[in-house]
Design a protein around this ligand. Structure first.
Ligand code: BMA
Length: 341
């Protein structure tokens, strides 16, 4: 299979677990699921908790009938036990407008578990935030106006406010094409959000030529909030890849550092990918090739992090890195939009 242009490579700071083989896939899920991927993962009440996206009912033309969120649990963050039924379906939200729920992210704040997710509706894509009670049900706190998604919550309040990263889709003002950026917003109660600011522009990332968006919820380090994001670049010379007639995009994981007191300030950015698609699960197999979609960043007591990412919109994989190595990759970047205020 031909390589995407330009060729991109993962940072040597990152080590793929099991040689890049999936840690979670459809074989682990006891209900209909063709693709199991784009998970959010956190540690909660003595175990790892994973919320994943499960697409089912492939129609043979590029679409799926159904898209739900499942939950899985693990003692070691590698071997998972999946609940026997989906955790969140569109019907659970009680709004007939909502057709799909997907791309979950998990954050623990003050001992409570929060779920961020994307919701497709008949009138646009919305981002949801809910508190998870007893690992059994959710209480919805907010749903954004369209078009917005990729919400992630910081694991603590900053200056008395909850903080989230997000990715709106400003189509008119960006020339009718994908030129989408990462934004930051604040809230005192998780319901009403504001003080929104542009955090990182797609133009700031040399290996993106299309769009960027938040990835995993940030983690605190003594140098700043270590934050993963996803990037998209397009190689228009490409045709059929994966199951669809045409798929020309590549998704990578990037890493940046945000100021601890003022997380709207980007204080460091790695100008090359943290993870670029390289293994066969990432470049050759599955529904969409060349997709790495980071959703979980879990710090360990030994100074490493677990990095969870969806591969090719088909399976979930795991990599590890030393936190210090990731911090060293995040070079000061004075010209960034958040750097000046
Ligand atoms: C985005 C989202 C993600 C997906 C990615 C690549 O728009 O739908 O869930 O992983 O595309 O297909």
């Amino acid at each position: 299979m031909s390589k995407m242009k330009p060729e991109l490579f993962s940072s040597p700071a990152v080590l793929r677990c099991r040689g890049g083989a999936p840690v979670l896939s459809r074989a682990d899920v006891p209900y209909p699921a063709d693709c199991v991927f784009n998970a959010g993962v956190t540690r909660y009440r003595g175990q790892y908790v994973c919320a994943f996206r499960a697409d089912s009912g492939y129609d043979g033309r590029g679409g799926f009938d159904r898209c739900v969120i499942g939950l899985a649990f693990s003692r070691d963050g590698v071997r998972w036990t999946v609940q026997d039924r989906p955790f969140l379906t569109p019907e659970d939200l009680g709004d007939p407008e909502i057709t799909r729920v997907y791309d979950p992210r998990l954050t623990v704040i003050d001992g409570d578990l929060y779920l961020c997710f994307a919701a497709d509706t008949r009138h646009g894509l919305r981002g949801g935030i809910a508190v998870v009670r007893d690992l059994a049900r959710i209480e919805l706190r907010c749903l954004t106006v369209p078009d917005n998604r990729n919400l992630v919550l910081f694991p603590e309040k900053i200056g008395g406010r909850y903080v989230r990263l997000e990715r709106p889709f400003p189509v008119y003002s960006r020339g009718g094409v994908d030129r989408f950026d990462i934004w930051i917003s604040y809230s005192r109660d998780l319901e009403y959000w504001g003080d929104s600011r542009l955090l990182l522009r797609v133009e700031d990332v040399p290996f993106a030529n299309d769009k960027i968006g938040p990835g995993a919820p940030p983690i605190r380090t003594d140098k700043g909030w270590l934050t993963l994001f996803h990037t998209v670049d397009i190689d228009r010379s490409r045709g059929k890849n994966g199951w669809e007639d045409k798929w020309q995009k590549r998704y990578c994981a990037g890493v940046m550092l945000l100021d601890l007191e003022d997380p709207s300030r980007v204080v460091g950015l790695c100008k090359t990918p943290l993870l670029a698609p390289e293994t066969r699960w990432e470049t050759q197999e599955g529904y969409r090739t060349n997709v790495i979609f980071p959703g979980g960043l879990v710090p360990e007591p030994d100074g490493t992090v677990k990095i969870y990412y969806g591969a090719s919109d088909t399976v979930e994989c795991l990599a590890t890195a030393q936190i210090d190595d990731l911090l060293a990759l995040c070079r000061p970047a004075a010209e960034l939009p958040g750097a000046g205020h």
